[in-house]
Design a protein around this ligand. Structure first.
Ligand code: BG6
Ligand code: MG
Length: 226
């Protein structure tokens, strides 16, 4: 099928691999031990796609302690969480790639579309290396270079720039509502992976990664272009 797609930009956590459980495990411990706050899965939902420092602020707000600590103390908590998180992700292997993703990346490569990574995580390059997926991604956005987090479109625009893909010709994949919003604000075509209650605004939605289908995405993209 001929389409006008010029490139794909991917979220990492929740699309390529399920690192949310490791972020949760690490934050749960730091929140309990250091902040005296017990977080739950509903709080964890709010941490998806959100930067490390913003995640800490979400937790502090949940615990009613948003003004209890200095910036230095907050940086220390964030570092402690990241050390814990790193000790968890260092055991990751290609077996942690979500179902269907390897085939999907192969299909995109075969079709000749370049891909880049638009992840808010500073650990993304390490995770891609652990999963042995480096060959598929021409570039990875460095979140340290961003001025705003998702749902701002900046990260998706940078990811598309890195593979020279005009925004209107770019497809973005996301599992978080803030990500879908960012992709669409960048003028890109948004592919959602998840539930319609959460990601209803996506241009096309798949219930999980195993159902991702390049031909369906190409067809939906072409249809929207009509
Ligand atoms: C996102 C995750 O991909 O990266 C968030 O969904 C996380 O939960 C953010 O807070 C930042 O990750 P890191 O690895 O830089 O702390
Ligand atoms: Mg995600």
């Amino acid at each position: 099928m001929t389409t006008l797609i010029k490139g794909f930009v991917f979220d990492l956590d929740g699309v390529i691999t399920d690192t949310a459980r490791f972020h949760y495990q690490a934050w749960k411990k730091v929140a309990h031990d250091e902040l005296g706050i017990d977080i739950n899965p509903a709080v964890n939902e709010k941490l998806k796609g959100v930067s490390r420092m913003d995640s800490l602020n979400v937790i502090l707000k949940f615990g009613g302690k948003e003004n209890a600590y200095t910036d230095t103390e907050k940086r220390e908590f964030a570092t402690e969480k990241n050390d814990l998180y790193k000790s968890l992700i260092k055991q990751m292997t290609p077996a942690d790639i979500l179902p269907g993703i390897s085939n999907f990346l192969q299909a995109i490569t075969k079709a000749g579309y370049p891909m880049s990574l638009a992840s808010a995580s500073r650990n993304a390059p390490f995770i891609i290396e652990r999963l042995e997926l480096g060959e598929y991604f021409a570039a990875i956005v460095d979140p340290a270079t961003l001025s705003k987090g998702k749902p701002d479109p900046e990260i998706f625009e940078k990811a598309a720039d890195l593979i020279h893909s005009p925004y209107a010709d770019t497809v973005g994949l996301e599992d978080a509502v803030a990500g879908i919003e960012g992709i669409q604000r960048a003028g890109m075509f948004a592919v959602g992976v998840g539930k319609p209650e959460v990601l209803g605004k996506a241009d096309i939605l798949f219930p999980d990664t195993a159902h991702l289908d390049l031909a369906k995405i190409e067809a939906a993209f072409a249809e929207k272009r009509k």
